[in-house]
Write a protein that binds this ligand. Structure first.
Ligand code: ZN
Length: 239
């Protein structure tokens, strides 16, 4: 089965449109969204509607949760908080209702999908190091765990050092993996191109897809909507 797994769209419609154009040609069996559809960017409604239309599985992210008033924005930086308040006003009732119904995690066969961490995903912790990843393996029933949240694409393994590459082989059944799929709408690994993964459950092959998209469009819309300019500038830098 061909799976497309994407995350952290953050209301960046130009990026999401580009991703879906490419995904249509891939013709995957399933598209999974790991959350943070909204927050930071200027087009929350269009992004929620597209995800709702295209994704078979869709999970709750911390920004989605915060927009609903369910996660305190105390831990958010000032730019994120401003964008949350703006998004709360911009979202339609229907799209808020869609976000309200998202779940925190989704297990399916040998895969677990979450936004943040496999255990207590609603606490929104990050998995940023090999050590942090290693704490989770004994407690995850599934062999593979796909996460988003940090916006930094990387594959942690129970047996090998962390790695990030265009194509990786995750077929070794003796190993567990935590795969961060990167971010569609706000990459932070120094590469401004949008990022998501394609995973083939038969071959165990994982592909990171990086695509350029019209950043200027989102940049202009952020400024037009009087969202913090920092959120526009960082898109060009990819951090
Ligand atoms: Zn995010």
């Amino acid at each position: 089965m061909k799976l497309v797994i994407l995350s952290d769209i953050h209301s960046n419609l130009a990026a999401l449109n580009k991703a879906f154009k490419y995904i249509t040609d891939l013709n995957p069996d399933k598209i999974i969204c790991l959350g943070d559809i909204v927050g930071y960017g200027p087009r929350p409604n269009e992004c929620v509607e597209l995800i709702q239309q295209k994704c078979q599985i869709s999970l709750m992210g911390n920004h989605d949760h915060a927009v609903l008033g369910l996660t305190d924005t105390y831990h958010f930086n000032q730019y994120a908080r401003e964008a949350i308040n703006w998004t709360r006003r911009a979202l339609t009732i229907q799209n808020k209702a869609y976000l309200e119904n998202l779940t925190f995690s989704h297990p399916e066969n040998e895969i677990l999908y979450v936004h943040s961490t496999p255990l207590h995903p609603e606490e929104w912790h990050y998995i940023l190091s090999e050590y942090e990843a290693s704490q989770y393996y004994p407690q995850i029933k599934q062999r593979l765990c796909f996460v988003g949240h940090s916006h930094i694409p990387v594959v942690f393994s129970s047996a090998d050092p962390p790695v990030y590459d265009e194509e990786l082989d995750l077929s070794d059944k003796r190993k567990q993996y935590i795969i961060n799929v990167g971010s569609i709408g706000q990459p932070r690994d120094g590469d401004p191109r949008l990022c998501f993964v394609l995973y083939d459950t038969d071959s165990g092959k994982l592909n990171y897809i990086r695509l350029e998209y019209p950043i200027q469009e989102t940049y202009d819309e952020i400024l037009e909507n009087k969202l913090p300019p920092f959120l526009a500038m960082r898109l060009f830098a990819g951090h």
